[in-house]
Design a protein around this ligand. Structure first.
Ligand code: PMP
Length: 383
């Protein structure tokens, strides 16, 4: 392995999933749902295979999907993207993010991540030979807020890009309009590209609304929006994602993407297009289910004695283990698959400052009720 990838040789999910399997634990570590997406979408993918959509689709993605994505963003956010030049279909949001970093940032330029951050961002920065800097979220009541000063301090003359993620993995927090406005002001002042990872855009709870920074004044022209079917339609294995941005930004992303994968999987594309057009009610149902499951798990965790953070969206809730356990979150997560029969992930692995985040554990609730109940019963044995 080359030096720049050595810090990224294994992921926490591999380690915790291995432990979960070894001890037959309920896996609330990795965020993938255990029920399927909308039936009409699954049928559409099978039909696409039967209909012979089995060769390379166009490099930018099948027009039917690019059109659906553009129409959907226009309808929900009021932002217009030309499906021919401003929408790119990728192998999951993952590839959109990596290709954006590779295609838009020079080696040695700086990219700001906000801690805690989804681990892929740091690896993408390293792959591109760019330099990672960090700003941070801070505890705020029972949730989290962006430390805007930390963002201001992280910006230098070499900063090229800022990556934000709301609804946020791992904390489940949303960036408010005020926070996004502060980010936008700094991005405009310092002429930064903002990559906004919106894979959980639909999964917000209790009437809260996701705001895309692309809709703020002066931001459309400098923003790369990334999203994906993975979470919206419960098909993390389909790896069908996309980027929307002004054409010059899409050109850079596409230039990198075409040499990595050339195209994304064919039969999934008309199926996802169908779902975007016809399964909005299904998405609302998923949001309601996740909201209930968040409430179920959050309430149980706090009854057990964890200090639970408010989850406003995503698949995740974080809990402070301090009232129940003396060690740090990493040792807790390494111990509980065997001791309690449950797997979870320490938030410290999502940061460059693990000591500042050493008591928080991330649990996923994107599982069937019986799975959550089994995990809760097992976690009660902590006493
Ligand atoms: N961004 C975030 C914040 C995620 O949590 C994930 C998946 N866990 C991804 C991107 C990757 O999405 P995809 O499956 O579409 O590559």
């Amino acid at each position: 392995t080359v030096q720049r990838l050595r810090p990224f040789e294994s992921t926490i999910f591999a380690e915790m999933t291995e432990l979960a399997i070894a001890h037959n634990a309920v896996n609330l570590g990795q965020g993938f749902p255990d029920s399927d997406g909308p039936a009409s979408m699954l049928a559409a993918a099978q039909q696409a295979i039967a209909d012979g959509f089995n060769q390379y689709p166009p490099g930018r993605g099948m027009p039917v999907l690019r059109n659906a994505i553009a129409a959907d963003r226009a309808r929900r956010y009021g932002t217009e993207y030309d499906p021919d030049t401003q929408v790119l279909v990728t192998v999951g949001a993952s590839e959109a993010i990596s290709a954006a970093v590779l295609g838009l940032v020079e080696p040695g330029e700086e990219i700001i991540l906000i801690e805690p951050y989804f681990d892929l961002y740091a690896a993408a920065v390293a792959l591109a030979g760019a330099v990672r800097r960090t700003a941070t979220l801070v505890p705020d009541g029972d949730g989290f807020a962006l430390d805007v000063d930390s963002l201001r301090r992280a910006i230098t003359a070499k900063t090229a890009m800022l990556i934000i993620n709301s609804p946020h993995n791992p904390t489940g927090s949303l960036l408010s309009r005020e926070e996004l406005t502060a980010v936008a002001d700094l991005a405009i002042e310092h002429d930064l590209i903002v990559l906004t990872d919106e894979v959980y855009e639909h999964l917000t709870f209790d009437g809260r609304e996701h705001i895309s920074i692309s809709t703020l004044p002066g931001m459309y022209e400098r923003t790369v929006v990334v999203s994906s079917a993975s979470k919206t339609f419960s098909v993390t294995g389909w790896k069908t994602g996309w980027a929307c941005a002004p054409a010059p930004l899409i050109d850079g992303i596409r230039a990198a993407k075409q040499w990595m994968t050339f195209v994304a999987g064919g039969p999934f594309q008309p199926a996802v297009a169908h779902a975007i057009e016809h399964e909005q009610a299904w998405i609302a149902g998923l949001r309601d289910d996740l909201q209930k499951r968040n409430a179920l798990l959050s309430t149980a965790l706090s009854e057990i004695g964890f200090d639970v953070r408010r989850s406003e969206g995503t698949y995740y809730v974080c809990a402070d283990i301090a009232p129940l356990y003396d060690g740090d979150a990493m040792s807790f997560c390494r111990a509980i698959p065997e001791r309690l029969g449950v797997a979870a992930v320490p938030v410290s692995v999502f940061t460059d400052h693990p000591a500042d985040w050493d008591r928080l554990v991330r649990f996923t609730f994107c599982k069937r009720d019986e799975t959550l109940h089994a995990a809760i019963d097992r976690l009660r044995r902590i006493h």
